[in-house]
Design a protein around this ligand. Structure first.
Ligand SMILES: [Fe+2]
Length: 388
């Protein structure tokens, strides 16, 4: 018992609350930096969250540069250009403002501003945590969606157009030094993106809970994250101005990413190629594949799924775990439907004849290696067919 040594760590300082954005100059000062590069996407530049960040910086007398060229599914060239702006302007820190894409580009920017070579040279490999020789300059993450949770995560996912796949760089040095969660910055997110990003957070909590790695602290965080998402995601999707729902979803998304330091599962392996090859939003891709993966995992994950059903029911029941676990799939499908997500990969531009090659890419993705039930390539193909 307990012969394997395990390390538990939760180092990102999170600043949460209405107008938390005003703490930004103080965060920079605490980190001893004065000239950040603000990394964002072109859509946000004209939107209220950008103005809120800029006015916080200006009120604090902070000189900053802006890079606003991040693509929705970020590509390596975004990082190359951001790192160039960083060096030219003599920056000493980054602020990632946006969804997962802008924050992931911000993380990779501090690495590539210093290192030589291509992003793939620093890619995570089995046991390859130490390919990044940090510490790098401070990263401050300001999410405008409640989904990826990358504001508290150790990875950055960037697509290499040359290699035609996602590159994952992964290191404790990529953990932001501060995450600022201000619910007001998420109110302008439209319902479809609120639903999709929220389903990413939900999938993080559920896949990390079921992943067979010993981490009871992450398990507790995942369970409460699920509880918050069940309670608040539909509300935030129905009424974007519901600050209570928005705030709880922001916290739940961070909890999902804290929990998945355990690892993820097959849903994420299926989702990644759908974004790379067909441009599906990552959260949407998860939502479309999750019910099939839950059915596949049903016996292995029965106690976890039974717990999920009880969270939906807001309490305990006298039913057996097996019966409650089967019910969890219906509960999740019902929630996805109420969120307005149309089921079926076929309805999202994925041709049936692509499933074979998608399953090869999904099998090459490492997330399914920690799925609670081991998967073959044929299993992944069947899961795509079932989700089609
Ligand atoms: Fe995800």
């Amino acid at each position: 018992m307990f012969e394997t040594i395990t390390t538990f760590s939760f180092p990102t300082r999170i600043i949460f609350g209405m107008k938390a954005i005003r703490q930004l100059p103080g965060c920079l000062e605490e980190n001893g930096v004065r000239r950040p590069l603000l990394v964002t996407d072109p859509g946000l530049r004209a939107a209220p969250p950008f103005r809120a960040v800029v006015s916080a910086l200006e009120e604090g007398g902070v000189e900053y540069e802006v890079f606003d060229g991040v693509h929705p599914n970020p590509v390596e060239e975004d990082v190359v250009q951001a790192a160039k702006s960083y060096r030219t302007a003599g920056c000493d820190s980054v602020i990632g403002l946006g969804g997962g894409s802008a924050i992931d580009v911000a993380k990779a920017t501090v690495v590539m501003a210093r290192e030589q070579g291509a992003l793939a040279d620093f890619e995570a490999q089995a046991g390859g945590m130490n390919r990044l020789k940090g510490p790098y300059d401070p990263i401050i993450a300001i999410p405008t969606t409640a989904g990826t949770g990358t504001e508290v995560g150790r990875s950055s996912v960037i697509t290499s157009q040359k290699l035609k796949r996602k590159i994952i760089i992964f290191s404790p040095w990529l953990m932001p030094t501060r995450a600022i969660l201000d619910p007001e910055l998420t109110v302008s997110l439209p319902p479809s993106l609120t639903a999709a990003t929220g389903m990413d957070a939900f999938t993080h909590c559920l896949e990390s809970l079921t992943c067979p790695v010993y981490h009871p602290i992450c398990d507790a965080i995942a369970i409460h994250g699920l509880e918050l998402i069940i309670r608040y995601l539909e509300r935030a999707t129905r009424d974007g101005g519901d600050i209570e729902a928005r705030g709880n979803m922001l916290v739940a998304a961070s909890m999902g990413a804290i929990a998945f330091q355990k690892d993820l599962g097959a849903t994420h392996s299926l989702a990644h190629p759908l974004s790379t090859e067909f441009g599906l939003h990552h959260g949407l891709a998860n939502a479309l594949c999750l019910p099939a993966v839950m059915r596949f995992n049903l016996d292995a994950a029965a106690p976890h799924y039974a717990l999920l059903t009880r969270l939906y029911r807001n309490g305990h029941s006298n039913e057996s775990d097996n019966r409650e676990a089967a019910e969890a799939v219906h509960k999740v499908e019902g929630m996805i439907e109420r969120l307005g997500i149309q089921r079926g990969l076929r309805n999202h531009g994925v041709p049936r004849e692509s499933l074979e090659s998608l399953s090869a890419s999904a099998f090459a993705d490492s997330c399914h290696k920690t799925n609670i039930r081991p998967c073959t390539r044929e299993d992944l193909l069947r899961l795509y067919q079932e989700s089609w």
